[in-house]
Design a protein around this ligand. Structure first.
Ligand SMILES: [Zn+2]
Length: 301
C-alpha cells in the first residue's frame, strides 16, 4: 500500500507583508512562486527590537525593501542561511548592506559547478557566510538562542535552526509540509538526506517552520512518512531493476504515474539519487560512473 504523506498546503499570507505567525516569529513571503517554491520563499524574523532573519530569499529588491519596511525602528543583528539555493541566500547581500548584520551558514555552495543546469532554483555560488557554523553551534541574541542542526541531503550545506527554548525548528527545505524535498546529485545525497531525517526523529522539536509553505505541527509523524515514502520509492526502483528496467527515464515512467510534465526532470534526479545510494551500498551497479544517462542493474553475486 502506498505511503500517505500528510501534506499541508493551507497557507494564508499576503505578499510583501511582514506578519506575526507565532510568539516571537514573523514571516514575509517573497513573490517568487514556482513548482519548487510553492507560494514563494518565506523569510522569517525572530525576536523584536533586535532581530534575526532566516533566509532573506531570492535576489528580488522589492522583497528586501518590504522586509526592511516591516522592520522599521528595529535592528537586524544576525542573518541566518539554511542553504545556498537561489531562492534562499542571494538577498543576504542586500540585507547585510542595509543593516551591517553578519551572515551565518554552514559554508559556500558545494557539489557540482557554477553553470550546471539547475533542477530547482539552482546554487547561489556567490554566498560566503561571515560566520561558518557547524552542527550544534549556538547563536544568541536579544531574547532568543538558536542551535544550528546540520541536515545534509537536499544540499550538503543545509542547516536547520532550532530555538530549543521554544520547541521550534526552522527546517528550511529539509522538511516541508507542502511537498517532498528535491534530492538532486551531486550536491543532493539520498543517504545523507535519510540520515538527516533520522536525526530529526531523535529531537523533541514541537513545530517546524519550513522556508516554503505552512508550519508542520506533527513533525515526527511527518518525518516518519517521508522516510517511509523514500523506502517505498527505493523498493519500486529495485523492482524495476529486477525486471530489467535500468534507465532512469524508464524507471520514472513506470513509478511516477500521473506526474506533471514540468516535474519529470526533478523525478529523474530523485531516482538518480536513489541509484547513487544503492550503488554506494553495493546493491546496484552501473555501466561506468553513476550519471543520469547510464544504465543500472542489480549486482550479480
Ligand atoms: Zn533548496
Amino acid at each position: 500500500m502506498a505511503v500517505e504523506i500528510p501534506f499541508r498546503r493551507e497557507f494564508s499570507f499576503e505578499y510583501g507583508r511582514l506578519e506575526p505567525v507565532a510568539p516571537m516569529i514573523r514571516r514575509i513571503v517573497a513573490r517568487n512562486p514556482s513548482p519548487f517554491t510553492f507560494r514563494g520563499t518565506g523569510t522569517y524574523v525572530v525576536g523584536s527590537g533586535e532581530v534575526a532573519v532566516i533566509d532573506p530569499g531570492p535576489d528580488l529588491p522589492e522583497h528586501v525593501e518590504a522586509l526592511l519596511a516591516g522592520l522599521s525602528g528595529e535592528r537586524v543583528t544576525d542573518i541566518l542561511i539554511t542553504h545556498t539555493h537561489r531562492d534562499h541566500s542571494p538577498a543576504a547581500q542586500a540585507l547585510k548592506a542595509a543593516t551591517g548584520a553578519p551572515t551565518y551558514g554552514f559554508g559556500p555552495h558545494a557539489g557540482g559547478q557554477r553553470g550546471d543546469t539547475a533542477i530547482e532554483e539552482g546554487g547561489d555560488w556567490d554566498f560566503v557566510p561571515d560566520v561558518t557554523l557547524k552542527d550544534g553551534d549556538q547563536i544568541a541574541g536579544n531574547g532568543w538562542r538558536f542551535e544550528a542542526v546540520h541536515t545534509p541531503g537536499h544540499t550538503s550545506n543545509h542547516l536547520c535552526f532550532a530555538l530549543p527554548d521554544g520547541g521550534v525548528l526552522f527546517s528550511g527545505d529539509h522538511v516541508m509540509g507542502w511537498s517532498t524535498s528535491v534530492i538532486a546529485p551531486p550536491d543532493g545525497d539520498m543517504a545523507a538526506y535519510l540520515a538527516s531525517l533520522d536525526k530529526l526523529l531523535d529531537r523533541r522539536d514541537a513545530v517546524y517552520w519550513p522556508t516554503h509553505g505552512p508550519a508542520i505541527t506533527e513533525p515526527q509523524q511527518h518525518v516518519r512518512a517521508f522516510i517511509a515514502h523514500r523506502r517505498e520509492r527505493e523498493a519500486g526502483i529495485l523492482d524495476c531493476l529486477h525486471a530489467g528496467i535500468g534507465q532512469i527515464d524508464a524507471i520514472v515512467e513506470r513509478l511516477y504515474v500521473g506526474l506533471q510534465p514540468g516535474l519529470r526532470r526533478a523525478a529523474g534526479r530523485s531516482v538518480h539519487a536513489h541509484l547513487v545510494d544503492l550503488v554506494g551500498r553495493g546493491i546496484v551497479e552501473s555501466d561506468g560512473a553513476s550519471t543520469p544517462d547510464t544504465s543500472y542493474r542489480m549486482c550479480r553475486n
